[in-house]
Write a protein that binds this ligand. Structure first.
Ligand SMILES: C[S@@+](CC[C@H](N)C(=O)[O-])C[C@H]1O[C@@H](n2cnc3c(N)ncnc32)[C@H](O)[C@@H]1O
Length: 294
């Protein structure tokens, strides 16, 4: 198989017709609080997803370990072209270029402020596009796809279960079209461990988004991909969230100055509620890799 994509027609700027996940507006309402605020909580690399701890790793070391874990799981080191679906503020893209020596990386985000932040630290071969993956229509395939902490936004709450699964299938169909033969996807997502009503605070914090059930990503990949690794690292998300809260408390007054008292209080409640969810096992943190079938 060559790496040209010839079966995807259409204007890459055309909006997706049947969108079932968080809209750009919903994403902006959460992620565009401002980098100064998120930097206080997440640290200078602005990595907004569960870290991967070993021993007494601090947050920065565990976040780097997580980036490298996915790079290895997707077989992305030394690859020619890698796609990051939901690239946030670009830490994975920078790691791929600076450390894994990938000459061309593309990141997709729905947040203009994230895209602009990434563009302020340019690297040769690093490209960020403000685009839903449903609208992404490159002309060449990727060698690997990484997606960390974005799957949680792909469907809206209240969607019919069959339609929800169809949307996840659509994502794996997209990955299948985008990847070269035997290409890999490394995916990280929060999932409900069993059917659950959710929580109003989470709905307020992340509007228009719903979590997958633990089995849904695997079911959605069936037929196109083989599951090659699967871990539930919920204890790592508990630890990450507690460290984010510690950072927030250490910079409380500054955080209030930046986004106001009620937003800070809501954010702290969200961190604590999520930590409890991971501690009790209501939610899981899945890291899974898939290989494209022949
Ligand atoms: C929690 S952040 C995770 C960012 C980054 N991967 C990290 O680990 O720091 C979720 C990201 O997914 C992006 N996102 C959500 N839905 C998306 C979609 N349908 N297409 C592209 N990006 C999406 C958001 O814009 C945001 O950048």
């Amino acid at each position: 198989m060559n790496d040209e994509i010839t079966n995807v027609a259409g204007d890459s700027k055309a909006p997706a017709l049947d969108r079932t996940g968080a809209s750009p507006e919903a994403i902006i309402s959460h992620y565009d609080k401002g980098e100064d605020f998120f930097e206080l909580v997440l640290g200078p690399e602005l990595i907004y997803s569960c870290a991967l701890f070993e021993g007494d790793d601090d947050l920065a070391a565990a976040q780097r370990r997580k980036l490298d874990y996915h790079i290895e799981a997707a077989n992305a080191a030394n690859a020619k072209r890698v796609l990051d679906v939901g690239c946030g503020w670009g830490a994975m893209l920078r790691r791929l270029v600076d450390h894994a020596e990938v000459p061309h990386v593309v990141g997709l985000t729905l947040s203009p402020s994230q895209a602009n932040w990434i563009r302020r630290q340019p690297r040769p071969g690093l490209e960020v596009v403000e685009q839903d993956w449903r609208d992404h229509k490159p002309t060449r395939r990727y060698d690997a796809i990484i997606s960390v902490g974005a799957f949680e936004h792909f469907v809206q709450k209240g969607l019919d279960p069959a339609k929800k699964l169809d949307t996840y299938r659509e994502f794996f169909d997209f990955c299948d079209r985008m990847l070269v033969a035997e290409g890999k996807v490394s995916l990280q997502t929060i999932a409900f461990s069993e059917p659950h009503e959710g929580h109003p605070l989470l709905e307020k914090t992340f509007p228009d988004s719903d979590l997958p059930l633990i089995w849904e990503p695997i079911a959605a990949a069936e037929g196109k991909f083989v599951l090659t690794t699967l871990r539930n690292d919920r204890d790592h998300y508990y630890r990450t969230l507690r460290l984010w809260e510690k950072n927030l408390l250490a910079h409380y007054a500054e955080a209030i100055q930046l986004v106001g008292e009620s937003a800070v209080a809501d954010f702290r409640r969200y961190l604590r509620l999520s930590a409890t969810g991971f501690r009790t096992g209501v939610v899981s943190l899945l890291r899974m890799s898939f290989q494209k079938k022949d």
